[in-house]
Design a protein around this ligand. Structure first.
Ligand SMILES: NC(=O)CCC(=O)C(=O)O
Length: 280
């Protein structure tokens, strides 16, 4: 089995026409495959504009809706592993922000619901409250491609180092975060957080953003691949584009041997700290 894979990150435009979004994503998946992509990934909310006023209207059951169908068909047609970005998922009377993963037979092999909802309030910057509409997921999700164990998170989840650490401890060598940071936090935090998670855990971090639009929630863009050294291997601008990177999970083992922080952790000290809540 191999530890090498060519990742293709599709930073697509997303508008109000669901059919158009699906058509465009499917066209770009074909292009990414043509250029050698084996693990192809879409951004957060690729079928719908990102906003609490849109989630209800664009929500679909998984795997019965049109977005799941397009993802399954594309994965099968192009014989790829496909990370289906995220879509608003309807389940009973709840809506989740959900990422699905499809194998080359068109079968869904993983489903992850965003655990940390994006609720922030920065006066003069951005106020957003996903929890007005969305419910939070309650479980981590991993899957295997070749010999690479991969963990899933969605956007705001990348801020929570504990989640990344748990994935690393479970053997992941690649974390994938479909995400849509914004114009307030993006410039300062987007790259920094991903390099931090990669460096903390000595693994690859991949993030896939929608292209920057002009109205409503404006995404930061800059989809990115970071290696286990914390080096940015590939980074998009803010327009629609596909970026590629060659990932080799053996590189994680190399870094982990050379800088063996995993064995040097002082669990005797921080086991008590990690379960503490702030007192202020
Ligand atoms: N879609 C999101 O979760 C956005 C997260 C974000 O912008 C941040 O600053 O965190």
């Amino acid at each position: 089995m191999s530890t090498k894979i060519r990742a293709a990150l599709i930073q697509c435009k997303v508008g109000k026409d669901r059919q158009e979004n699906l058509k465009n994503a499917s066209k770009l998946i074909a292009l990414a495959k043509e250029k050698g992509g084996e693990l192809i990934a879409l951004p957060e909310c690729f079928n719908s504009p990102y906003g609490t006023n849109f989630f209800n209207e664009y929500a679909e059951e998984i795997p019965n809706g049109p977005s799941s169908k397009m993802l399954s068909d594309s994965a099968k047609k192009h014989k790829i592993h496909l990370i289906g970005g995220t879509i608003p998922e309807k389940d009973g009377n709840k809506i989740y922000n959900t990422c699905t993963v499809w194998n080359p037979d068109g079968n869904m092999i993983a489903k992850y619901r965003k655990i940390h909802l994006f609720d922030i309030d920065i006066p003069g910057g951005i106020t957003f409250k996903e929890s007005d509409i969305l419910s939070a997921g309650n479980k981590m999700e991993t899957f295997l491609v070749k010999d690479i164990k991969i963990g899933l998170g969605i956007c705001y989840d990348m801020r929570f180092e504990e989640l990344a650490k748990l994935y690393r401890l479970s053997g992941c060598k690649l974390l994938i975060y479909p995400g849509a940071f914004n114009m307030t936090t993006g410039p300062m935090h987007w790259e920094l957080i991903q390099r931090s998670r990669a460096n903390d855990n000595q693994l690859y971090v991949v993030s896939i953003s929608p292209a920057r639009g002009e109205k409503g929630y404006i995404s930061w863009g800059h989809s990115q691949v970071t290696d286990p050294w914390g080096k940015v291997l590939a980074k998009a601008g803010h327009e629609e584009e596909i970026i590629y990177a060659d990932i080799d999970a053996n590189e994680c083992d190399k870094v982990r041997q050379q800088i063996p922080i995993e064995n040097q952790r002082r669990l005797d000290i921080y086991n008590t700290v990690s379960t503490c809540k702030s007192k202020i």
